[in-house]
Design a protein around this ligand. Structure first.
Ligand SMILES: Nc1nc2c(ncn2[C@@H]2O[C@H](COP(=O)(O)OP(=O)(O)O)[C@@H](O)[C@H]2O)c(=O)[nH]1
Ligand SMILES: [Mg+2]
Length: 251
């Protein structure tokens, strides 16, 4: 079946505090829906093919994503899934400061237990609670924009175009009351830059930025490791379809 063919399989993990929206992001990715989710017990799994690049050079990447429980009691189980992950989505809730404060501890855990080349994207989720429109800037350019406007330790006034005061719209969201953001776009993006992470703003509820988060991470994995390298070393969390030239792979 052509639609099921893939060039690479990448293993991902979804991590972050409880209730930041990890399971909702996965359901949005795999089923394109937003439902009430049950708290995740241990680890759950979902997969989908995403496209990296276009045309002749485009690759079909099967993302196999492990959704982990954010609670402390499951943390040791969660850690055991880090090994061999090619990509990690580290999620926080833009309305909950504590979930952002805990990002450092999740990152330490990941650096300690995952392969050193794991590609990590910092995911600022639930932006729909603070804005009725998707973030207006192309999200991938946040990092680039920041490097042009500010150093991580001294955010400059020129970079206020990335601040949530202009990103979010206190316009009532079609009657829906909007909440203040607990973590600005600038803060999230600077943190990501400082720690060598990709950055994306998402809403699992509205579907904003979700597929992009998985695609950008896949692009970084493929860029970083390179096809030749993949074939030679069988890099952690990456499986190459042997029949990739014929596009014959099937899940
Ligand atoms: N408004 C809004 N709610 C969300 C979003 N993502 C998740 N939620 C809600 O947040 C709660 C926790 O979500 P869940 O996916 O179970 O979080 P997890 O514990 O990190 O897996 C649920 O009530 C979801 O419906 C989002 O993007 N926007
Ligand atoms: Mg969950």
């Amino acid at each position: 079946m052509e639609s099921m063919s893939w060039d690479y399989i990448l293993k991902y993990v979804l991590i972050g505090d409880s209730a930041v929206g990890k399971s909702s992001l996965l359901i949005r990715l795999t089923d394109n829906r937003f439902d009430l989710t049950e708290p995740t017990l241990g680890v759950e799994f979902g997969s989908r093919i995403v496209n990296v690049g276009e045309g002749e050079n485009g690759k079909r990447v099967k993302v196999q994503c492990w959704d982990t429980a954010g609670t402390e009691s499951f943390r040791s189980i969660t850690r055991s899934y880090f090994r061999g992950a090619a990509g990690a989505l580290l999620v926080y809730d833009v309305t909950r400061r504590d979930s952002f404060d805990h990002v450092t501890s999740w990152l330490e855990d990941l650096r300690k237990h995952a392969d050193e080349n794991v590609s990590i994207i910092l995911v600022a989720n639930k932006t729909d609670l603070c804005s009725s429109t998707p973030p207006p800037l192309p999200q991938i350019s946040y990092g680039q924009a920041i490097s042009l406007t500010a150093e991580p330790d001294e955010p400059s006034s020129q970079s206020t175009n990335l601040d949530s005061s202009t990103i979010t719209h206190a316009d009532g969201g079609g009657g829906r009351p909007l909440r203040p953001r607990a973590v600005t776009t600038l803060e999230g993006a600077l943190y990501a830059k400082e720690h060598g992470l990709l950055y994306v703003e998402t809403s699992a509820k509205e579907g904003w930025g979700v597929v992009d988060a998985f695609e950008w991470t896949a692009r970084e994995v493929l860029d970083r490791v390179g096809k030749a390298e993949l074939e030679r070393k069988k890099a952690g969390g990456v499986k190459l379809n042997k029949q990739t030239d014929q596009k014959g792979g099937c899940c």
